[in-house]
Design a binder for this molecule. Sequence first.
Ligand code: FAD
Length: 607
Amino acid sequence: MQPLFASEPSIEDQLYRILNSTRPEYAWKLRRYFEEHWEPSLSFQNEGLDGFREKTHFMVRKLLQADLLSLAELNQKPSEYMKFCEHSCWIDGSVAATLFGHFLIFGGSLVFLGTERHRSLVDVADDFRLPGCFCMTEVGHGSNLAGLGTTATYDAERGEFIINTPSWRDAKWAIALLAWNARVVTVMAQLYMPDGECKGIHSFLVPVRDEEGRPLPGVKISDVDWLIGLNGVGIGGAMFEQVRIPRENLLNRFADVTAEGKYVTSFDSPGDLFRAQISPLMIERLVPFAVAGMKIALAVAARYGKERRQFGPRGGPERPIIEYSSHKRRLMPGVAETYAIAFMLERLHLEADVTMPEPLPTPLQPLCASFKAYSYETATRVIQNARECCGVHSFRHINKIARAQLDMHGFAHAAGDNVVLFQYAGRILLEDFAGGKGPFKEAAEPDASACSVTCVKHQELFAARFSQLLDYTRGEFMKHMGEGMNRGDAWNEILTFAIELGRAYAIRETHKQFLRVIGACAPGPAKDILTELCELYGWSTLSANLGWYRDVSDGSLELSALFVERTVLEYSQRLAPKLDLLVDSFGIPEVLLPAADLMADLPGKFS
Ligand SMILES: Cc1cc2nc3c(=O)[nH]c(=O)nc-3n(C[C@H](O)[C@H](O)[C@H](O)COP(=O)(O)OP(=O)(O)OC[C@H]3O[C@@H](n4cnc5c(N)ncnc54)[C@H](O)[C@@H]3O)c2cc1C
């Protein structure tokens, strides 16, 4: 590896730096760690369920004990966790999701919702000595947190909370690590005071297993068993039967029950308190599962495309499949989308670093929500496509790409259901009469003079589609209200368009961020490549929804279906010779990649 800060960095290193612009040195440190310390044997073969979980948790422990990450600093440098998570995804989605469940959301609940009195737990959670998990979801309630059924009733005489699950429908469910080794969990529950008043959702620390891993009295733990993906995590459920915990186990940063049994909070409205209590969950929307999956899937497909030969001229050698124009068309737009999504994520990580430990500012919330959904739905398509480009050899779990595809299905719901997030973003954008302008306080509009004319025209189309949807959807909502419909029913009528509005917003902002990156790039080959990639991203995004863009076009860009498809193909062909460079710049350590031909273990099978 060439040093990252070589006086004349190669194009690959320049792209790597831009792809990791929030913390390039830290990303580099992780890359070196894997190159130097990660054994090839630390990979998954064909383990059964228990073996898979055992190995996943072994790897998580090894990673957290490598002194690369600090839980106490999560609320100051969340972007370090994000880079760490990206590298762990390249080991396997189960490793990343276990880290997510333990470190980000359980550990995050301690540092974002807890206070000094929970500090000792931060130290033992930091290196996985105390595995924990975060129990929000229930059998009967997922996205609608306000409807959770688990209760925490305060017993003033004993200074304790009693955690209870009224029925199996209120059992905690789909909780990462709970089926395997979590010993303490953060439980989200409705807080009831002794007079019967409900104070809404609060978070409580509840021990669930003893040191030997046996469930504690009153705690019934279950396993959700085989899932589509992420089977190494140990996803489980739990019921609590009148489990008593000390008063101090309430995570009390925003609200508390005093030793005298008095409920105190600095928030005036229950709505604001609820938003504060769930604010740490915002950060989970910035987790890079999607982009990490896209990167490894494309890297695998690019390498395989060069190795794999099929058909060819009569009597001559077979041709590498990457030489087929259709193959380039299948892969290159996904590469452009990966760069676009990576750039936006870097920007959001920077924002999180600057803002934390305070909650992300309100204008960023619709962007975080819609971008999470947009990036995951894009990743699901791109990874599927890349896997199909590798044929039957991609079908085997040990070659990683199938697993990346399967794991992505879980991530469509974890960290917020994609569709619910789009509509959440749509609702805020509709209510905000500034119309989603300026989510980043410190980021100027892109400098049009530093971008190509094509890029500028694409941005105009993305912006026009967003504006049209905003005006139309708002108009429809007002019309329904004017006709006497109540808010809930009027909202239900426009839901499909509100979701599309969220998607259009994410696309407009993602493309805009790409333009900012190009604008900040010094003239040279790296900038030229990024400009072409951005143009391809623009064209292929238009091609997926051409009708919408024709509706808002001013006619200055040809948008016939044939022309757009030809253009996407031309860009794909032109950029294909740079495919190696583009995927090598992702910086995936070689030890985490399968053999280029996806056949490393096959000779042994036939010897
Ligand atoms: C791999 C994985 C790991 C997870 N880990 C954890 C964990 O560690 N801790 C934890 O607490 N939870 C965890 N979860 C659960 C996750 O948080 C939930 O999946 C998520 O909150 C969504 O809830 P739900 O799946 O019950 O979907 P629901 O909210 O029931 O939604 C079901 C469907 O209805 C749609 N829908 C819902 N509401 C509306 C609406 N208002 N309008 C229109 N459509 C709607 C949704 O889009 C979705 O398609 C995990 C999930 C997965 C898949």
